[in-house]
Structures are given as C-alpha cells and as structure tokens.
Design a protein. Structure first.
Length: 165
C-alpha cells in the first residue's frame, strides 16, 4: 500500500523534478525552484549530482530504443554540469508540474511555462518532471531511495495555501 505521504490524489502527492545540466549551466536553478515555491508546493527532496550512467539509463529506460537515447544519457551524465534532483509535494503536483514545465519540445511549449520561457530545442529543454503517478514513484525511489533523503516536514504556510472546502 502507498504511504500517506506521497500518495497520488492527496494533498501530499509528490513528483520528481530535475534541473538538467543545461539548466544548471545556464544558472536557472533558482528560477525553477522559485516557480515551484511561489506556486505553493513544498520542497521535500533536493540534491546536486552528476548521475551515474546506470541511473540515467534506468531513469530513461522507456526511451532506450530511441535514436536519441545515447546522446540523452551522455548529456545527463558527462559531468560538464551536474543535475539538480528535487522532490516536490502538494495537490496535483504531478500534473501541475508537467504543465509548469511545458511541452517536451520547446517549439510547442507555451509562454509562461519553464520551457516556453527559457528553451528553444528538444535536446536542451532544461527540466524533467514525472509524467504519471507510476513514474513519480519510480523516479523518487530511484533518485532519492536512501533513508532520510526525502524529508517529511510541516510548512507553517500550509493552512494559508491549502484548503479544499
Ligand atoms: N528527447 C530528445 N529528443 C526527442 C525526444 C526527447 O532529446 O526527440 C529528450 C528530451 O530531453 C526529453 C527527454 O528526452 O525531455 C525525455 O523524453 P520524454 O518524451 O520523456 O519527454 P519529457 O517527459 O521530458 O517531456
Ligand atoms: Mg518523460
């Protein structure tokens, strides 16, 4: 059974968001964190790392047969810049996180979305976000699987941000 924290459909739903190496290189980490903070979402996991090749391959396993897979894994893991991995919590954060990111191909991303405001090219689209509850569960355990890496904490703002009545 899913734990109370992180359960999709609850106010504690969680998603995995990452700033990819191009986003770190372009100094957009603060901008991206800020957008999720200002929306009202709660940061419950955060790390900076050059992901091991095996982690990147597992993360993108569903794309392993695509022609761009090798280049994608190299871009994520070659160490020219690290990745910022995050777990964000709040109502509908999986779906809303994807909306905040914008379409995969920045040529189709709306203005006002992260990709629509900062990107031009599908191979340099600066952010990742889980695309479903299943992906969120897989990706959070993959990137934040260690004990205590995701932190349960109570925001003193919560009653001013979340009320379903
Ligand atoms: N990607 C790419 N070329 C493509 C499709 C995808 O380089 O034709 C990269 C791009 O960085 C994208 C990632 O592969 O963000 C994962 O693809 P997916 O379809 O899962 O898009 P996302 O979930 O990131 O929007
Ligand atoms: Mg995806």
């Amino acid at each position: 059974a899913l734990p109370v924290y992180g359960a999709p459909g609850t106010s504690k739903e969680r998603t995995f968001i990452a700033v990819k190496p191009d986003g770190v290189q372009r100094n957009l980490v603060g901008e991206i964190i800020s957008r999720f903070e200002r929306r009202g979402y709660k940061l419950v996991g955060l790390k900076l790392l050059v992901p091991p090749v095996e982690l990147a391959k597992e993360h993108y396993a569903d794309l392993s047969s695509k022609p761009f897979f090798a280049g994608l894994v190299d871009y994520m893991t070659n160490g020219r810049a690290p990745v910022v991995g995050m777990v964000w919590e709040g109502p509908s954060v999986i779906k809303q996180g994807r909306i905040m990111l914008g379409a995969t191909d920045p040529k189709n991303s709306g203005t006002g979305t992260i990709r629509g405001d900062f990107c031009l090219s599908i191979g340099r689209n600066i952010v990742h976000g889980s695309d479903s509850a299943e992906s969120a569960e897989k990706e959070i355990s993959l990137w934040f699987g260690g004990k205590g890496e995701v932190v349960n904490w109570t925001s003193n703002n919560e009653e001013w941000v979340i009320s379903e009545n």
